[in-house]
Design a protein around this ligand. Structure first.
Ligand code: TTP
Ligand code: MG
Length: 370
């Protein structure tokens, strides 16, 4: 038995979510490679794909054209049936709330639950997770995977461990061993760039990370150092936050070819700003900080932020600030491969309500380093 202060956290994540909904709704799609996302003849990317398609190497955020090359006979669903996905999302959420009010949705198909104390008075988080998975299957005819542990970090990684339709339980005594086997990419905050850097330092797995002293990790990774130190030891005290308050609204685009032309840079940023204006409108939000992100051809990313005197939400206003920030980078001389804008310091009605629409395919790579 563990101390009563040990928390019981479940992370639930639906399997191949959009693709699974399509296969459920269209029996003729079942058992086949299926891609949901942009058209293969466009610059669009894959939102997700069925497990049959994953065997061909297709994955989220990959250009649809590349997915087509890998598997020309795959079924491409390019019109999003968003209301179907939202309906399932509401159904699973209703199931979560039967157990606890401490539910933190991360996206349409994914949530953390703190079941340390739960409405059923059930002391076993593992049994609760199994019940939830069974109820989801019964109600939606779709499968979900679950991770059960004593903190968010491990529960989330665990839910991925026996996907699809699996459950993984990691108890406190098992945690350090579990983490030692993880590829470094699995750690939250490790995107492509950090992964590359870590690998050059010989850090490939959790075990490698565990060898570093706290001061060494601070030297190497600055303010992320203490986070990596704790994570490697299975320490994560973040609480499950019931209402997921959006902290930023942003969008980024990886360009088809690297560019230096300032007119072209302006045009693309304006397109992004227009898109963000629409989202801000939906949220009825205003933002006090405007951030530009650029990634150069050598994969070096730079962000520049500006906190504005008068909060903004219109594309024109956003562009005024962004264009100023562009001049503080090497854009124009050094070839660019990615452009992004993000607004934070949000205020106003509506924005605090989680909006899954933000995780649609045109939102390209969800770079964890941003
Ligand atoms: P995920 O849970 O990341 O993926 P998934 O449910 O499709 O597959 P898995 O079995 O590995 O969990 O994302 C949930 C949904 O969010 C996914 O079905 C489609 C959407 N999505 C995008 O639109 N763009 C993306 O880049 C990602 C990662 C997901
Ligand atoms: Mg999922």
């Amino acid at each position: 038995m563990y101390s009563k202060y040990v928390r019981k956290i479940i992370h639930i994540d639906m399997d191949a979510f959009f693709a699974a909904v399509e296969q459920r709704n269209h029996p003729e799609y079942r058992g086949k490679p299926l891609v949901v996302g942009g058209r293969p003849d466009s610059r669009g990317v894959v939102s997700t794909c069925s497990y049959e398609a994953r065997k061909f190497g297709i994955h989220s955020a990959m250009p649809s054209a590349q997915a087509y090359k890998l598997c020309p006979h795959a079924i491409f669903v390019c019109d999003h049936n968003f209301s179907d996905y939202k309906e399932v999302s509401d159904q699973i959420r209703e199931i979560f709330f039967q157990y606890t009010d401490l539910v933190e949705p991360l996206s349409l198909d994914e949530a953390y639950l703190d079941v340390t104390e739960n409405k059923m008075g059930n002391p076993s988080a593992t049994l609760i997770a199994q019940e939830i998975r069974a109820k989801i299957k019964e109600k939606t005819r779709l499968t979900a995977s679950a991770g059960v542990s004593y903190n968010k970090f491990i529960a989330k990684i665990a839910s991925d461990y026996h996907k699809p339709d699996g459950i993984t339980v990691v108890t406190p005594p098992e945690a350090v061993d579990f983490i030692s086997k993880l590829p470094i990419r699995k750690f939250w905050g490790v995107g492509k760039v950090t992964e590359k850097r870590m690998i050059t330092m010989g850090i490939k797995t959790g075990a490698d990370l565990q060898k570093f002293e706290l001061y060494e990790l601070i030297e190497l990774f600055g303010k992320s150092g203490p986070y990596f130190y704790d994570a490697a030891r299975g320490i994560d005290n973040r609480t499950v936050e019931p209402s997921h308050i959006r902290k930023s609204i942003g969008r980024e685009t990886t360009l088809k070819v690297d560019i230096t032309d300032m007119d072209e840079i302006y045009r693309i940023l304006k397109e992004i700003a227009d898109d963000i204006e629409n989202t801000m409108e939906r949220y009825k939000a205003l933002a006090s900080t405007v951030t530009l992100k650029v990634k150069f051809h050598d994969f070096i990313s730079v962000t520049r932020s500006h906190t504005v005197e008068y909060p903004v939400n219109k594309s024109g206003e956003i562009m005024n600030h962004i264009w100023n920030l562009v001049s503080k980078t090497e854009a124009g001389s050094k070839p660019l491969r990615l452009l992004g804008i993000s607004l934070s310091g949000l205020s106003g009605k509506g924005f605090s309500e989680y909006d899954p629409q933000l995780k649609l395919p045109f939102e390209e790579s969800l770079d964890k380093d941003f």
